[in-house]
Design a protein around this ligand. Structure first.
Ligand code: ZN
Length: 66
């Protein structure tokens, strides 16, 4: 029933050497948030993570160029 949530999952690609980054939450952006950015960290030995924006939207982060 709620499977559309999977289809609309946000995926953000970060550069191969990025360890700290800021991403834009598209969901918050759609809701009219003025500053929909989320700061996160990912150590170099990890290829992906999932973060949550302050409003609870999940954002998948994938490291580019493996
Ligand atoms: Zn959000």
């Amino acid at each position: 029933m709620a499977s559309w949530a999977v289809l609309t999952e946000q995926i953000v690609w970060i550069s191969p050497l990025a360890t700290g980054f800021t991403v834009i939450c598209e969901r918050c952006s759609e809701l009219g948030e003025l500053f929909p950015s989320v700061q996160a960290n990912l150590s170099l030995d990890h290829l992906r993570t999932t973060i949550e924006c302050p409003r609870g939207h999940s954002i998948r982060v994938e490291r580019d160029g493996r």
